[in-house]
Ligand binder design. Structure first.
Ligand code: AQP
Length: 337
């Protein structure tokens, strides 16, 4: 039997997890966890690349880990841990920073988007370097596949470039990773601004994102306010004018696992009010068991922290080996034992 492929991915605890994070990333982690040797990390060191509240970071880190488990990740198959509990992530990030060109980083669209929202004085070097830390996260575990949403495609390309440059300079060290992007729901859009990606931290609007811990009434209210158009025609479309309806259909399709024709046939002859209510119902029913499981896990005092401690110990075994290898190849004097 061949060894299962190594998979790594993570979500930053930079706010409340959205159905975009779930549909684009977490759902595929859960659905395919038995096929892979998977590491799923709460990438807390990424969450400090923009202004944040230290008091909230801790709470959100535990919450995100609990949501991974509540959504169905099992420690029987996956190693679940917190990035800052394995210090080799930031150590490797420095070594990789030194072989990453500034030109590569300046081209990252997420940096351009996020920095455009901050005053110049508040744009930390960490925001520019974020993709190098992400490359370190991935390469540290000799990862083959990275299940992410479409917005992370460019960062995975960069991780590949960094790995190739390292291997070419210092000798074969890293596995070259590949992105694993879902066929449906790879980019869920904001309900209020359907031409921009649904995001957990980029807007204060209460009608932008549906969160995994939203109450059913709130979910329904948000979908009822979703931006659509005046065409009253329920079809998938790449036309930006029709982005709202396309987004609702995409969410429905991703959560019901139907093909596009089936979804269009299902809504044929129905109005936008019906579409919004039905998509809301599917989302509510998807979230219901996750929310129940989340409440149970959080009620079990110390459980999440124990899972994270075990996960970090397991992850550290691989991380230590990779960093020792990297340091040896880069010419560092290794300490005497
Ligand atoms: N709208 C989305 N549709 C599909 N997938 C998405 N992801 C994020 N938003 C969508 C996927 O979720 C994973 C975790 O993302 P992250 O927390 O590392 O950062 P992000 O991609 O920048 O996500 P957010 O929610 O927009 O966070 P903030 O607001 O903090 O920047 C990734 O796999 C991502 O593709």
């Amino acid at each position: 039997m061949t060894n299962p492929k190594r998979v790594f991915s993570g979500v930053q605890p930079s706010g409340n997890l959205t159905i975009g994070n779930y549909i684009g990333a977490i759902r595929q982690w859960v659905e395919r966890q038995q096929e892979f040797d998977a590491c799923y990390c709460v990438v807390d060191a990424h969450a400090i690349t923009v202004p944040y509240e230290p008091q909230t970071l801790q709470t959100k880190t535990r919450e995100v880990a609990a949501l991974y488990l509540a959504a169905g990740l099992s420690t029987d198959y996956a190693t679940v841990f917190v990035q800052s509990h394995v210090p080799q992530h930031t150590e490797l990030a420095w070594y990789l920073t030194c072989i990453t060109s500034l030109g590569w980083l300046n081209r990252m669209t997420q940096f351009k988007d996020k920095s455009a929202r901050l005053e110049t004085e508040m744009i930390g070097a960490g925001l520019l370097n974020y993709p190098v830390l992400m490359a370190a996260d991935i390469l540290l575990y000799q990862t083959e596949l990275v299940p992410v949403g479409d917005d992370q495609r460019q960062h995975i390309e960069l991780a590949r470039d960094i790995a190739q440059r390292f291997n070419a300079t210092f000798g074969e060290t890293f596995t070259i990773p590949a992105a694993m992007i879902p066929l449906e729901g790879a980019r869920v859009m904001g309900l209020d601004t359907p031409t921009t990606k649904m995001s957990k931290s980029t807007t204060d609007s209460q009608y932008h994102a549906v969160y995994l811990l939203d109450e059913p009434d709130t979910v329904l209210k948000k979908f009822k306010r979703a931006v659509t158009d005046s065409l009253a025609d329920i079809r998938f479309s790449a036309d930006p004018e029709r982005a709202g309806v396309n987004n609702l259909l995409t969410i429905f399709q991703a959560l019901t696992h139907q093909n596009a024709e089936g979804v269009e046939a299902h809504f044929a002859g129905k109005g936008y009010g019906h579409l919004k209510t039905e998509v809301a119902e599917v989302v509510i029913e998807t979230l219901r068991p996750i929310q129940q499981h989340y409440a149970e896990l959080m009620a079990e005092g110390g459980y999440i922290d124990r899972v994270l401690a075990e996960g970090a110990a397991k992850a550290q075994v691989i991380a230590t080996q990779t960093v020792a290898d990297v340091k040896g190849r880069m010419g560092f004097l290794l300490p005497a034992l």
